[in-house]
Design a protein around this ligand. Structure first.
Ligand SMILES: Cc1ncc(COP(=O)(O)O)c(C=O)c1O
Length: 482
């Protein structure tokens, strides 16, 4: 049940967001509004105070309540260049496990792991497809599936990739348990413990875990907040170090959400090919861009045998399906064997259900619907951060996906914020886990956090953001209370 003051506050909030009250404009006086709406004065005061606490209004002595200037926080210009880009062993990724646990616990508001709330996923279509498979294919669910995966899904994936410019044979598609396994198999196929692998900085922490598990060294290179990994830095690195692989999220990187221009993708593929260094392309977010056309993958732009293409349906259909894939035609036999000795095969039921959604066009229809929803979620949360977080906070401007990378004012520790937030049942991802050593330090993103914006857009989310803002002020000290 919602109280009257909450209903009025929601209404006023919407009017402010839609621009019916301009920034700086005075809202109707308390008495006047109470009379007009046949409400008590205390109800109107309570809603004004609530909107003040949420950062929409400010009270001006006895003159009344005014709409606070709406400001988007300033964008990140580019991520700080790491002073010494040297290969380092990856360690201390255990914090990520606590995020994963919180992401599965409904008691937490889940802004840590990059997992969309159910309302963003095609729950009913997926349920129907799973039921159909159970009904029509009962015997196929009673044996080991082939290690490569079901022919139906491999065929649909190859068909869809060809539509976006990457012509691959279904025979070369290896179905994996999500993109995480695709990355792990790719690394295993081409590296030995101790080898150096180039990654982006900041880097997706699942990749860091894969490197840690394989005993690999990470060389984290500067990554621009808009255009991704710097090709010039890569050129310098390949001249200096014996690099054995490069892992790249060219389309809507996690956590920056940046999109690498095609010209840079081509430069990087050519550079790596000329040195015989394999490129592992993680295209997890490629289908979730905000602009009209899907961006090309590196594989589509420069079809070469040097690329391991990895992707997943975890962010578009459901993470629990555990359906991803890897394609590297020159290495198909090796990848198939590695998959076999890791866990034999991926279950047929989710594979066949995904194949149905692709084949029926439901997958494409869902993407059309969900992309603007993710974009709206990013904008909503960015503007809440502008209202609620201390001055000096900067945010990424992702061009796809659903995460925000946030730079907090200097001196504010993202890990401390994450600890305090956990006590309030809010999970967020501290910046340090996006760096190979996951330790506090100026070059390790200690004053950064990542927020998952695909949380259910409700009052609980707004309250959580408010709490995060208050915790930031608390950590900064008493002089900065906003
Ligand atoms: C960039 C990126 N790659 C890979 C993964 C892992 O995907 P999956 O859940 O399919 O294993 C994620 C999940 O967060 C991701 O963000």
């Amino acid at each position: 049940m919602r109280f009257l003051y909450q209903q009025l506050a929601t209404e006023l909030q919407q009017q402010i967001e839609q621009g019916q009250y301009a920034s700086g404009e005075r809202l109707p006086g308390v008495r006047e509004l109470a009379q007009r709406r046949a409400l008590s004065i205390s109800t109107v005061v309570a809603s004004y105070r609530h909107l003040e606490a949420c950062g929409y209004l400010h009270a001006n002595n006895r003159r009344g309540y005014f709409v606070k200037a709406r400001s988007l926080p300033p964008p990140l210009s580019s991520t700080p260049v790491l002073p010494t880009a040297v290969p380092s062993a990856v360690c201390s990724q255990q914090i990520a496990l606590s995020l994963s646990k919180a992401a599965a616990d409904p008691a937490y508001i889940r802004l840590g792991a990059a997992v969309p709330a159910t309302s963003y996923l095609p729950q009913h279509a997926l349920q129907k497809a799973l039921q159909q498979v159970i009904k029509t294919e009962p015997t196929r669910l009673m044996r080991y599936e082939a290690s490569r995966g079901t022919p139906e899904l491999r065929h649909e994936i190859a068909k869809r990739m060809a539509l976006h410019g990457a012509v691959v044979s279904p025979e070369d598609v290896i179905i994996t348990n999500g993109c995480q396994e695709a990355l792990m198999l790719s690394l295993k196929a081409i590296t030995q413990p101790g080898d150096i692998v180039v990654i982006e900085s900041p880097a997706f922490y699942g990749l860091l875990q894969a490197l840690e598990a394989a005993g690999l060294k990470a060389l984290a290179l500067p990554t621009d907040a808009k255009t991704g990994l710097d090709p010039a830095a890569l050129a310098e690195a390949v001249n200096r170090w014996p690099i054995k692989a490069c892992v790249l999220i060219a389309n809507y990187s996690n956590p920056l959400g940046c999109l690498m221009p095609d010209s840079n993708k081509k430069r990087i593929v050519h550079l790596l090919s000329s040195r015989g260094i394999p490129l592992i392309e993680d295209d997890t977010y490629g289908d979730l861009g905000f602009a009209g056309q899907r961006p090309s993958s590196c594989l589509a732009l420069c079809p070469t045998e040097n690329i391991f293409y990895c992707s997943t349906f975890s962010k578009t259909l459901s993470p629990d399906l555990r359906i991803g894939w890897v394609i590297a035609p020159k290495h198909t036999a090796k990848l198939e064997y590695l998959k076999f000795i890791s866990n034999i095969s991926t279950a047929a039921l989710p594979q066949l259900a995904v194949a149905k959604l692709l084949q029926s066009g439901q997958y494409e229809r869902h993407l059309k619907q969900v992309r603007p929803q993710y974009q709206a979620a990013i904008q909503r949360i960015s503007s809440s951060i502008g209202r609620l977080f201390p001055t000096g906070t900067r945010v990424s401007q992702p061009q796809g996906g659903f995460v925000l990378w946030i730079e907090l004012p200097k001196g504010l520790d993202g890990s401390q914020l994450a600890q305090l937030a956990l006590a309030e049942h809010i999970s967020i991802a501290p910046g340090v886990i996006f760096s190979p050593t996951a330790k506090s330090g100026s070059a390790n993103y200690s004053n950064f956090i990542r927020l998952n914006c695909a949380a259910t857009p409700d009052a609980r989310l707004e309250r959580a953001l408010q709490t995060l803002g208050q915790l930031c002020y608390k950590l900064l000290g008493p002089k900065t209370q906003g």
